[in-house]
Design a binder for this molecule. Sequence first.
Ligand code: MN
Length: 503
Amino acid sequence: MNDAHAPEIWLLCGSQHLYGAEPLEQVADHAGRVATALDQAEQVPLPVRFRGVVTTPDEVHRACLEANADPACAGLLVWMHTFSPARMWIRGLTTLAKPLCHLHTQYHRELPWDALDMDYMNLHQAAHGDREAGFLHTRMRLGRAVVAGHWSDPDVHRRLSSWMRAAHAWHDLQGARIARFGDTMRGVAVTEGDKLAAQLRLGVAVDGYGVGDLVARVRAVPEGEVDELVAAYEDAYAVAAPLRHDGERHDALRDEARLELGLRAFLGEGGFNGFTTTFEDLHGLERLPGLAVQRLMADGYGFAAEGDWKTAALVRALKVMGRGQPGGTSFMEDYTYHLAPDGPLVLGAHMLEVCPSIARHTPSLEIHPLGIGAKADPVRLVFDTKAGAAINASLIDLGNRFRLVVNEVRTVEHPALPALPVARAVWVCEPDFATAVEAWIHAGGAHHTAFSFDVTTAELEAFAEIAGVELVVIDRHTDLRGLRQTLRLGEVYYGLKDGLRGG
Ligand code: MN
């Protein structure tokens, strides 16, 4: 992945001076141990650093300013080991610009029933200290996560992990850049949107480039690099006969390698986190990039086709959320249906650009005609997808706000598809086909999605909270009437919450 270092999460522990020096030392010792345990926990994906006990408004304010200013800090965990009168937090939390998670825990797991005295009670006061904090967070309308339970509990680690993965994706998006080669596909509605609102709301900048700028970079690729990359393709994939060294289409493979190297150089030099292409604007390129896009996605770049910059940014965010996980994340499109009475299925694919991170076997490297775009035949990886639980997520622009629509799905084994020359996934939707698809269409979800085996609804829920973006979840609990009412309420809630600001 092209982010050099994972950021950190900071733990701040709240208290006050009422208790005297000795209890405060104990509080600091306990909080340090909690941070170390979280830092070392297998399921916790980011480093956790203890940043001290805060007991005054100035200390809280300073800690929040430090969190804001340090590019290594992706988010703040707060915990009130003892009572910490919450008005001391107002000035600091008003300035806090990093994601916030309220960890509601207690140092000791079990009550010392025989020895329990008032000293113990006064030292282990999270039960009411954290309620005082929670009231203020609610009073301030702070978007935050709340995770309750003992800090050694794997379920607490799992839930903290979801928030941290979301915070990491948020951290990555702040200042991120998406390069667009060409505009959105002509006439299409759902791939449109307000790029300025996206930068205000999500922190990601979307910048357009003439495809000629890319063509110049592709033409500058040395032939020696092309030789090396073609050799790497031959090692990594099952190369179809026409594309091999002695095959009649080998030049197309070399051309694709040149395309990958040019794209990689362009994106690397510009510090981009993702990109879009469109088959309608390939002036100066021989063919629509296929394999090149698939390999760049596998390396962590966000991507979507037809100029769909919202989905490109979302694919990038899910790539970061799923970092280190084995399942894979890809650009995807709901393509065609199997509507048989034995159970409807969705076949997802794209013209070319599905990420091999979700492949269940070594991909086959093939060349076939595209049928649109009137260009040379593109080179692409063809594969079936792993079987298992996954999600589809779509980010749409409703004019006054963004909405993130999520459907939990399960990919399944399916009959062979010998005539289909693209990578594909076949899935069933939760709670059932009709409810899921009707809900998706009522919610306005796109045909383009970010598809992931690694990211779950929990991470996307945390991400939506951090971003202040509306979230619509379609899962096994979804009831269509309730969902439609939630959509109506969302129109009111977000209209009031964001007012004229939009985005
Ligand atoms: Mn498409």
